[in-house]
Design a protein around this ligand. Structure first.
Ligand code: FAD
Length: 300
């Protein structure tokens, strides 16, 4: 009775009695000087939370190759934080992708988030590999491994990748990526924790033992996030959509609801025993700082 009032839930324990947490933060490479200022300001505010790594995405078709490289190199050189560089197979030969991997290595970057990427026509369109390119993420992981001993993360999809024919194909693909040498999977955003927990169960049943880290997307703008979610096959439950309904012109209430929704999501996961969290920051720090605090991580 009253199990939801259980005082032994991790979220109800004193911070020093909670399980050790691992946090990571994802950024995108800024395009303008103003955006770059926000990028560094957010990194500076989040670095004291001692993340295991901060990752920087790779624009569609390698469009941010130079900026991603510059950001991860500077993070490595200027902050005490481990950077991870995202890398995709899109529109490049193996030799070209390998050259980027070697550049990361020579910049002292030891972590890569290895992805297939989406075709320039957009997510959901059929993917045709470059004739001399890596065919998919598992192939890319094997290629990176052949170059050096990187820490490699791969993508996982709690609601199934839209191009997987069924669940077995989806989980088999995750297994191939981990067997090829990845250390962990990071999930696509999801808004119903049951989808994540069911996915982890499926993976464990298939013999996957690697960490499957939930990717948490705070809803800074419902309009923007719901459009992005539908493009990448992440559903938004009606009860969440209804919480944001009619708040387009009320940014203050929208921000409070966003904080409440994300707080509920992470504390529920913590209480389910999750100890690793990856936050999609969109280069902002405020909500992530608050969420880390709720999880028990303070700047230090
Ligand atoms: P894969 O694991 O290769 O799988 C793609 C699809 O192909 C799956 O449906 C899989 O089942 C199927 N498949 C793979 N191999 C085979 C095979 N041998 N036979 C049959 N089917 C197969 N995109 C970017 O452009 N830049 C980024 O920085 C970026 N970062 C991301 C970070 C995270 C944490 C996540 C979750 C996604 C990210 N993405 C990024 C998006 C990603 O590129 C897309 O979701 C893409 O559609 C799939 O990439 P993947 O690495 O999961 O592909």
């Amino acid at each position: 009775m009253f199990s939801s009032f259980d005082q032994d839930r991790p979220s109800r324990l004193a911070v020093n009695q909670r399980p050790e947490l691992e946090l990571s933060f994802e950024f995108f490479p800024p395009k303008t000087d103003a955006m770059e200022e926000r990028f560094w300001s957010s990194i500076d505010k989040l670095a004291p939370l001692k993340p295991s790594f901060v990752s920087v995405t790779y624009g569609a078709g390698g469009s941010t190759r130079e900026r991603t490289l510059r950001m991860v190199s500077q993070i490595k050189a200027q902050t005490g934080v481990e950077p991870a560089a995202h890398l995709t197979c899109v529109g490049a030969s193996r030799d070209e992708v390998d050259a980027v991997v070697r550049l990361y290595r020579s910049a002292g970057v030891n972590r890569i988030v290895a992805l297939r990427g989406d075709p320039p026509e957009g997510a959901g369109q059929p993917f045709t590999p470059h004739p001399q390119g890596y065919r998919n993420a598992a192939d890319l992981v094997a290629g990176i491994r052949a170059i050096a001993d990187f820490d490699i993360s791969v993508a996982a999809y709690p609601e199934k990748h839209p191009q997987s024919v069924d669940w077995d194909a989806d989980i088999d693909n995750l297994k191939r990526k981990l067997d090829a040498g990845a250390t962990r999977a990071i999930t696509q955003m999801f808004f119903d924790n049951a989808n994540y927990l069911r996915y982890v169960e499926r993976a464990r049943r298939a013999g996957i033992t690697a960490p499957i880290v939930p990717g948490i997307q705070p809803v800074h703008s419902f309009k923007q996030i719901s459009a992005f979610a539908s493009r990448c096959g992440a559903s938004i439950p009606l009860w969440i959509a209804e919480r944001f309904e009619g708040l387009e012109d009320d940014p203050e209430t929208h921000a409070l609801v966003a904080a409440a929704v994300a707080a509920e999501q992470v504390t529920e996961l913590l209480d389910e025993g999750v100890t690793q969290f990856h936050f999609y920051t969109l280069n902002r720090s405020n909500l992530v700082l608050a969420l880390a605090r709720l999880l028990g991580r303070r700047p230090g």
